[in-house]
Design a protein around this ligand. Structure first.
Ligand code: HSE
Length: 402
């Protein structure tokens, strides 16, 4: 079976490498020989072993009836959207790592695949090499999934781990992540939580079978997290993680991306460095956890190739994927309840803490002599906003994940 790869960048070249290096495994499991016939890229790759496969015109691929599966590893919405639509309309399956495109046009592309007896698969779009889409679509089908919580971004998890374990400042750890190639020159997609937001939008949409728009998800990044926050976290035997979560609240979905303090006993506490981890809670099964490399050339490429194998095994047949182009009603953040960790400049007496929150346990760390911190009881977001406005000298607040 001939396939084409759109985009010969990190993931695209990884797809070719996985197929070529694991030729025996891939072909055995697909039940058919798999061969890369074309690579679409704007560039030429003189001296590359795949040089002869490089084309610059998508129509060459589209009009070749031998090509049955297309790996879209270009990233960005355009022209990936147009190419994917054309491929699916022609009955060619598309396997993608492009979370941007899946989050924006997932249901439309899935419907196109269904109508044309082919597939639009996107295992690599969330959690890189970690199997998470296939478990949701296949293994967990008898479950009513009522909660997903995940560390969905490797770059920020690397940064937070460094801050936790080496006491680094945010700016220094960002510079290091950029130097290592984990964070982009413009790091906003990772550090502002946008990347994790698209991923939790995709996972939530698959759970509900309808669209959770990423624009509607409350998203906070890690840019305000400081070295001092970690000193307090450590004193409380906790760490700080950027979590993407989605919960079923009486039939409506609540979704959010934000940094949370999590206790050392929680399984996500042990997800460190560039690794991702996703906990899925089903009403019959309880919690299952998926862990592994959420980014990187070969892990992400391996997930794309797993989709290629699935497509090869299901030629002419749509594989179950339920995600309709209808909006999920999102529950308001105001009613969500958790404990909040708060740092305050100055002393308790001047802060008005007693009047705002009553008796609370005070936390102090020796390195932060001119401030104190406290943890609220479990209260709603709306109540917290009201009460915290009465406290003078608030430095930072972080939600606590229980
Ligand atoms: N920038 C992303 C991350 C890449 O750090 O997880 C994978 O989506």
């Amino acid at each position: 079976m001939k396939i084409a790869v759109l985009g010969y960048g990190t993931v695209g070249s990884g797809v070719v490498e996985v197929i070529n290096k694991n030729q025996k495994e891939v072909c055995k499991k697909a039940g058919v020989g798999i061969e890369v016939k074309y690579i679409l890229d704007l560039r030429d790759f003189p001296g590359d072993p795949m040089e002869q496969c490089v084309v610059h015109d998508f129509d060459v691929i589209l009009n070749d009836p031998e090509v049955k599966i297309i790996c879209e590893t270009m990233g960005g919405v355009n022209p990936a959207y147009e190419y994917s639509k054309k491929a699916l309309l022609a009955g060619k399956s598309v396997c993608t790592s492009n979370k941007e495109l899946v989050a924006n046009h997932g249901p439309e592309l899935i419907a196109l695949a269904k109508a044309n007896d082919c597939n639009y698969l996107f295992e690599a779009s969330v959690g890189g090499g970690i199997p998470i889409i296939r478990p949701l679509n296949a293994s967990l089908t008898p479950e009513r999934i009522d909660g997903i919580t995940g560390i969905l971004n490797g770059t920020t998890n690397y940064m937070l781990t460094k801050m936790d374990e080496e006491g680094m400042e945010y700016a220094d750890v960002l510079a290091e992540a950029q130097a290592k190639g984990y964070a982009e020159k413009n790091p906003a997609a990772d550090v502002e939580g946008y990347d994790a937001c698209r991923k939790i939008a995709i996972l939530s949409s698959l759970v509900y079978g309808k669209t959770v728009h990423y624009e509607d998800i409350y998203t906070e990044g890690i840019t305000k997290i400081s070295k001092q926050d970690f000193l307090y976290a450590k004193a409380m035997k906790k760490s700080i993680k950027l979590l993407g979560m989605s919960k079923d609240i009486d039939g409506s979905c609540f979704a959010m991306v934000a940094p949370f303090m999590i206790r050392a006993e929680h399984p996500l506490y042990c997800v460190k460095d560039v690794f991702n981890g996703v906990c899925v809670h089903g009403n019959m099964l309880g919690t299952t956890m998926y862990y592994g490399r959420g980014a990187g050339k070969l892990p992400t490429a391996s997930a794309v190739v797993s989709d290629v194998i699935d497509c090869a095994k299901h030629q002419g047949k749509f594989i179950f994927c339920f995600w309709e182009d209808e909006n999920v009603k999102l529950a308001s953040k105001d009613e969500m309840c958790w404990k909040f960790f708060v740092r305050v400049k100055g002393n308790e007496a001047d802060s008005n803490l007693m009047a705002a929150f009553g008796e609370t346990e005070i936390i102090r760390v020796p390195e932060c002599a001119d401030e104190f911190a406290f943890v609220t009881d479990e209260i709603s977001e709306a109540e917290f906003v009201k009460r915290i406005a009465e406290v003078k000298g608030v430095v930072s607040t972080i939600r606590m994940y229980e």
